[in-house]
Ligand binder design. Structure first.
Ligand code: PHE
Ligand code: ZN
Length: 886
């Protein structure tokens, strides 16, 4: 839809009248249009006079003509909703003008000092970008383009400056004043105000600027770096949260140590501050020396946080810490290069967590996330390469593709190079580009040079979107196996034709008849089709492929049920074992949902899955953490993807029914085993090292038992709830109860709320459990929850806890009535004027309409059209909705 060129006489035509309400179609920014900025800004001085409803900002920029850019006689300083109160150049009033939101200042010489004053109202800032108020404190969020909401500035990541920041405010309101770098001076005034001056010696782009002022306390512990420097580490929170910060602080220390050992990276300041805020659009932000975190990724203790929450805190703390090198010391030239820092940093945090918690389970979890979030994105209207070519609003590109597929792409380079040579590549990258704003191309070249790889063709992974599909066929020739692999990369928006990409796959050829396991080797499929000759380990070869998930692809093959059962029980790669079980379940469930299985096939498939479950329940060699993974059926989102291939569309109702049916069949066939597992796991104490795994399988057992025998399981779940001495058990029990229609449900939900009503993060869980539940009345329940006094559209965590959870509830969201779709569209419309970034994040769930069966697809599309017709959309939402309708 082309709104900008719509004829201007909308009278009598409601469609045009509506469309005309979006005054300008936001412009498209192209990667190929990148030019260096005309000016360098080596130094920035900021002076903040802080107030919750009125903050004055005076900015002084030292600017110098950039010899490497085109000559310019003006400077463009980006602004967003700002008015310049005064503008001077070298102390004299300047002849400035506005161009839209930007400030244009004429400059004659090669070097100048520009001073600009602005004023902002942090309390009115509901977008949570720039300087905003949260729970009585002030904090900032500048990535990607929030700094321009604080002061006028060349707000682009390739302009690097040394910042000196002075702030001043009432001491009673803001006893703690924090900024990037080191505090260099501070003092009290007679009028109840105080001030502090901070300096960050490391040149940085504006998106890494941060300031925090508030009534905070710290949990502190010094870290001694490999060269013997002591770093003061602080986790700043509100007083009542202090007791829940030890895990975050320990995680920070472990991350610092790990990055020294594994990537040779030492921290470069004497101070590392982390501040937790409860109003935050994302997970956390890596501002230099002053990370700002969503409370969700800082606060944890066993009474209020699950084991998964503990892991998430550790992972996000590590992620932001690792950005100090991959992101801050080496930053991005422009936002198209976002995966340069994000993909690499996600890989680094994944490897860290693998080392902390065990490789196999972490890998299985990461692949599950990739399949649930990134594969659907890559198959839909919002598909984009990990290095996009264009955007209207960069906030829309903080995606699973840029982050998680970006990490997979770098992981493939690591698999091809081997760990040591990959390290040589990353050493060279940090060395070569330290202090620079670099590109993805710079990264690839450093890995090529440092690791000695040829990545010429591999670069396609940066430019081509879409999940490659690799089909597998095999033939025995004498004493070897001819393995033929064919790849296709599906068409994606703007990219109809694709070239083959190098796909590294770890494979092994086992023998079912001889019960022999073959040796593993790495093959790289670089052509559209190629046949590899592999040694046999005995008769009846069974190929184990993409072991450890070396490549982010879909493997297409038709393995016998018996072969999959064999792999699930015997493969020596634990990832491949879980994969075989998933494959078995996907085949069965998609077949059931599409009605293509005969009654015999149906029964045989179910029996095979139950048999595989029974083996993993009985397998004494497995630990519970791994057993818990093997007990997890593929998610409904992943099943949609598997069902929607070729001309076939996904049928959410049929998938849900098939999956619930299988759960019930497992629960009744294995009732005794699952009951015994629950009893055994319940006896493991909280602090036993085996406790985490035990808690995982305990709730899993309940899930299957509940599907088979809701009445009895309600009692068991209520017992688990009442006996719980930790949040993992309590939340697990409540999750199961939420899906059941029983008195225990309402009683425990009320008890949970009463117990935790003062803890926002746990109240979020209370909303989420209900929004995600399998209860038949979930839509009505969510509507009622939106009226609950604890609900607000102003807090992103709360909005997500109810509505993101609901949008991810396949049964409720895809209700055949279309009511779920309407509810999410209403949320987008209501939230867009308050917080466009968060509003736009709801669009992809509706955007999947093309892959869904026609009745639901029409309803989903209708809601997108309704949003579009409402007009006055933010850039964020406009971009996502229009792409979803194209
Ligand atoms: N850069 C942050 C991270 O990946 C994410 C983020 C993006 C946070 C934009 C806020 C705003 O760690
Ligand atoms: Zn990041």
């Amino acid at each position: 839809m082309d709104i900008a060129t719509t004829p201007t006489n909308p009278e009598g035509n409601p469609e045009l009248a509506d469309a005309a309400r979006t005054p300008h179609e936001p412009p498209v920014i192209l990667r190929e249009d990148y030019r260096p900025f005309g000016w360098l800004v080596p130094e920035v001085r900021l002076d903040f006079d802080l107030g919750l409803t009125r903050t004055r900002v005076r900015a002084e920029l030292t600017v110098q003509r950039n010899a490497r850019a085109d000559h310019a006689d003006t400077i463009r300083l980006n602004g967003d909703g700002l008015k310049p109160l005064s503008v001077t150049v070298d102390g004299a009033a300047a002849d400035w003008r506005m161009d839209g939101d930007d400030l244009i200042v004429p400059l004659r010489e090669d070097a100048h000092l520009i001073a600009v004053e602005t004023e902002i109202d942090p309390t009115a800032n509901t977008q949570l970008m720039g300087l905003y108020a949260s729970g009585g404190m002030l904090c900032t969020q500048c990535e990607a383009e929030g700094f321009r909401r604080i002061t006028f500035f060349p707000d682009r990541p390739d302009v690097l400056s040394v910042y000196t920041v002075r702030m001043h405010g009432p001491k009673a309101v803001f006893p703690i004043l924090l900024c990037n770098g080191n505090r260099v001076a501070e003092g009290d005034n007679d009028d109840g105000t105080h001030w502090a001056e901070w300096n960050d010696p490391w040149p940085k782009p504006s998106y890494l600027f941060a300031l925090v002022a508030g009534d905070l306390v710290a949990n502190s512990k010094p870290f001694v770096t490999c060269s013997g420097r002591e770093v003061e580490c602080n986790i700043w929170v509100r007083k009542e949260d202090l007791a829940r910060t030890d895990h975050a602080l320990e995680s920070l220390h472990r991350s610092m140590q790990w990055d020294e050992e594994v990537f040779g990276r030492e921290y470069d300041l004497d101070l590392y501050n982390i501040v937790a805020v409860s109003d935050f659009n994302m997970g956390a932000m890596e501002n230099k020396g002053l990370n700002v975190f969503n409370t969700k990724y800082v606060l944890a203790d066993p009474d209020t946080a699950t084991d998964a929450d503990f892991d998430a805190v550790e992972g996000v703390i590590a992620h932001e810490y690792f950005h100090n090198w991959s992101g801050n010391r080496v930053t991005c030239r422009d936002w198209f290069q976002l995966s340069l820092k994000e993909g690499f940093t996600v890989l680094r945090d994944q490897l860290f967590s693998q080392d902390m918690r065990g490789e196999a389970v972490k890998r299985i979890e990461d692949v599950r996330i990739l399949r649930a979030a990134q594969f659907p994105e890559d198959a839909g209207p919002l598909a984009h390469p990990i290095r996009p070519d264009s955007y209207r609003e960069i906030s829309n590109f903080y995606t699973a593709t840029v982050y998680n597929k970006g990490a997979e792409v770098i992981r493939m380079m690591r698999s091809m190079a081997g760990v040591e040579r990959f390290r040589a590549g990353t050493d060279l990258y940090f060395d070569r580009h330290d202090g620079e704003a670099a590109t993805c191309e710079d990264f690839v070249r450093a890995i090529e040079d440092g690791a000695g790889l040829d990545l010429a063709q591999f670069r396609l992974w940066y430019s081509q979107a879409g999940t490659p599909r690799v089909s597998v066929s095999q033939k025995v020739e004498g004493d070897s196996l001819e393995l033929t692999l064919r790849q296709t990369v599906p068409a994606t928006p703007g990219q109809p034709d694709k070239q083959p990409m190098p796909i590294p796959l770890r494979v092994a050829v086992h023998s079912r008849a001889a019960a022999a396991l073959g040796a593993e080797q790495l093959v790289v499929l670089a052509e559209a089709e190629r046949t590899f000759t592999l040694p046999l380990s005995g008769p009846d070869p069974v190929v184990s492929i993409n072991r450890g998930f070396t490549a982010p692809v879909v493997i297409e093959r038709a393995l016998d049920r018996e072969d999959l059962v064999f792999l699930a029980a015997h493969d020596d790669d634990p990832f491949a074992r879980s994969e075989a079980l998933q494959e078995l379940a996907v085949g069965h469930l998609v077949g059931t949902a599409s009605g293509t299985l005969s009654a015999d096939q149906q029964a045989a498939g179910e029996a095979a899955i139950i048999g595989a479950f029974r083996s993993s329940l009985a397998d004494a060699a497995l630990d519970d953490a791994m057993r818990g993974e093997l007990m997890m059926l593929p998610s409904e989102t992943y099943l949609f993807e598997a069902m929607a291939t070729g001309e076939r569309k996904a049928d959410p109702g049929a998938i849900h029914a098939a999956r619930e049916g299988l759960k019930a069949a497992i629960g009744s066939a294995l009732a005794d085993e699952l009951g015994a597992l629950h009893a055994r796991a319940s006896a493991v104490p909280l602090d036993d090292p085996a406790g985490r795994g035990a808690r995982k399988v305990k709730t899993q057992a309940l899930v299957y038992l509940a599907a088979a025998d809701p009445g009895r399981t309600a009692k068991l779940a209520a017992q688990q709830y009442d006996a719980a001495d930790n949040m993992t058990d309590r939340q697990g029990a409540l999750m199961v109860l939420c899906g059941l229609d029983c008195p225990e449900r309402d009683e425990r939900l009320a008890a949970f709320h009463a117990r935790y009503k003062d803890n926002a993060l746990v109240v979020d869980k209370w909303f989420t459990l209900q929004a995600l539940s399998l209860h038949p009345d979930v839509i009505a329940q969510v509507r009622a929850l939106a009226e609950h006094p604890d609900f607000t559209m102003r807090n992103p965590n709360r909005v997500r806890s109810l509505y993101m959870a609901f949008a991810g509830n396949p049964q409720g969201f895809h209700d055949a009535s279309g009511e779920g779709y309407r509810m999410i569209a209403d949320v987008i419309l209501a939230l867009d004027p308050i917080n466009p970034q968060t509003a736009a994040r709801f669009v992809p769930s509706l955007g999947r309409w093309r892959r869904i069966e026609p009745a639901r697809a029409a309803l989903m599309k209708g809601e997108l059209e309704r949003i579009m017709a409402a007009g006055k959309l933010s850039r964020d939402t406009f971009e996502q909705v229009s792409r979803s309708l194209e």
